[in-house]
Write a protein that binds this ligand. Structure first.
Ligand code: SF4
Length: 506
């Protein structure tokens, strides 16, 4: 592995031994700003000695680890999580662990939305942002260690005083932590072998004010916060550019930052002439000048999520995107020198009809005709319901696979590349995203099986249960596994959005 550059003072020799684990490869983990931030929070604390652990690489760590942390950002990573337990000789279930085992803490968006399918794997689950409670987690873990608490239950109970910490064994009421600061994250490590190769990452904005009704990135982290340009983003960018000539601007809605253009101009005119990459753009914010600046900074591709070509369906899902902005974004991209636009979309959205699929084929065809020299890629996923969003009640559309096939058949001859997603794995994602605690045993059996293919999930689950978690549309009587995490105000807001969508579909 090539040498990393650390951008903070890493502590070593503290009494609390921590292993920051990421249930995927080093390249994926180090491309996650969330994981990098956790690593910095722990490794810069003088009370810790912190090491990292990935599925394909780990730092040399002592045997006596006190606290293991996991950042979970993808449902299907559960298999890697359980693999890491196996490698470290840790029982899968918290209830089977004794004083000789470290405390296991999980966090990240997947666990924040619905911790229950994972509940028995973790001693502690951090719900929400971790910037403000990590210091207290470390102090409490240290207290527990120093007291030499042989009784695991008693030691764990100490964490009840830490805000945002859920103890699955006690099912305590917990409030999701929201960092109120607009001082957002930036790389703590520049890693040549990260999926964002050698790139310094800068979080420009958090959450998204658009509130598309399927989107966990928006609803789970509201309100939208934009880091101040002069006092925050520019000094951080200057600092990052001392270490790397590549800069990645991150956030659910980067170009929605009110001063995004000023930041982009600053970077493009910077004496170090960095290559600037932007995670994903909102079509309505794309201008010719923006594209020219991105091209000048070495970017050749744009990514824009339009979700569907149907205006009716975009209204239902709350994607406030008139068709003319999709056309203007592609026109400006081409005129500005961009070579490829990747448009993201979905099939199987709630209230979708076959006419909506026709509308997507029609829109993409017209788009290709309007800008024939621009390479257009249609990245198409399958809608999977996410807990704590207005579309949490809608299951996977059983006809999604045939809709996807129809799109591919119609678009390929137009010269439009289609990158599709597996219908089978979308079902497993839905199962883990809406499941309850009974799913824990299913996931353990999958991890213990030699055959981890799709078929095993159906084999292990009673067909009625599978249908309930994966395909059914839930009604108002359904008790969510995550009910305790949702405030009355949030519940009302989600119901109101769901009702508006239903009314628009009639
Ligand atoms: S615009 Fe994108 S990030 Fe924002 S709510 Fe919609 S899907 Fe989510």
């Amino acid at each position: 592995m090539q040498t990393e550059t650390l951008l903070f003072k890493r502590q070593s020799g503290g009494p609390l031994h921590v292993l920051n684990c990421f249930p995927n490869t080093y390249a994926v983990g180090m491309a996650s700003l969330g994981f990098q931030s956790i690593f910095k929070l722990y490794a810069s604390n003088p009370n810790t000695h912190t090491f990292r652990y990935f599925t394909d690489w780990s730092e040399n760590h002592p045997k006596d680890i006190d606290l293991l942390t996991f950042s979970i950002s993808w449902e299907l990573d559960f298999i890697n999580l359980l693999d890491i337990f196996k490698q470290l000789n840790i029982p899968f279930k918290a209830a089977d662990r004794g004083p000789e085992h470290p405390l296991i803490l999980g966090g990240g968006p997947v666990l924040t939305a619905n911790p229950e399918p994972w509940a028995e794997f973790f001693d502690l689950i951090a719900i929400g942002d971790c910037e403000e409670n990590t210091g207290q987690i470390i102090e409490t873990a240290l207290d527990v260690k120093e007291q030499g608490v042989r009784n695991r239950k008693k030691g764990l109970a100490e964490f009840l005083s830490v805000p945002g910490i859920y103890l699955p064994s006690l099912k305590n009421k917990v409030e999701r932590q929201k960092s109120k600061s607009s001082d957002l994250q930036m790389s703590s490590v520049i890693a040549p072998d990260s999926a964002w190769q050698d790139t310094a990452l800068l979080e420009v904005a958090r959450s998204c004010p658009e509130m598309c009704r399927f989107c966990m990135a928006s609803y789970l982290s509201l309100p939208f916060r934009a880091a101040p340009l002069e006092q925050n983003l520019i000094p951080k960018a200057d600092q990052l550019l001392e270490y790397s000539n590549n800069i990645g601007l991150l956030g659910a809605s980067v170009t929605q930052h009110p001063e995004f253009m000023a930041l982009l101009k600053y970077l493009v005119k910077h004496p170090k002439k960095p290559k600037v990459q932007v995670a994903s753009m909102r079509a309505a914010t794309v201008t010719k000048e923006m594209c020219e600046l991105l091209v000048e900074s070495g970017t050749k591709n744009l990514t824009i999520a339009i979700e569907t070509g149907s205006q009716r369906l975009r209204d239902i899902i709350n994607k406030k995107l008139p068709e003319e902005f999709i056309f203007s974004a592609c026109k400006y991209a081409f005129e500005g020198g961009i070579k490829q636009v990747k448009l993201y979309g979905m099939v199987g959205l709630p209230h979708e009809t076959e006419e909506d699929i026709d509308a997507t084929i029609d829109l993409l065809t017209r788009l290709k005709q309007a800008t024939p020299q621009l390479k257009i890629v249609w990245g198409c996923s399958i809608f999977t319901p996410k807990a704590q969003t207005p579309f949490q009640d809608y299951g996977v559309d059983k006809t999604a696979e045939s809709k996807l096939k129809r799109l591919i058949k119609a678009l390929k001859p137009q010269g439009i590349d289609v990158r599709d997603e597996s219908f089978k794995w979308a079902q497993v994602q839905a199962l883990i995203s809406r499941g309850d605690r009974s799913i824990n045993d299913v996931l353990i059996k999958v991890a213990q099986s030699k055959n981890t293919g799709f078929g095993i999930y159906k084999k292990l689950l009673d067909p009625d249960h599978y249908k309930h978690w994966v395909f059914d549309t839930w009604d108002a009587m359904t008790e969510y596994p995550w009910t305790a995490l949702v405030s009355k105000k949030q519940k009302e807001m989600l119901e109101e959005h769901k009702q508006i969508a239903t009314n628009l579909s009639l």
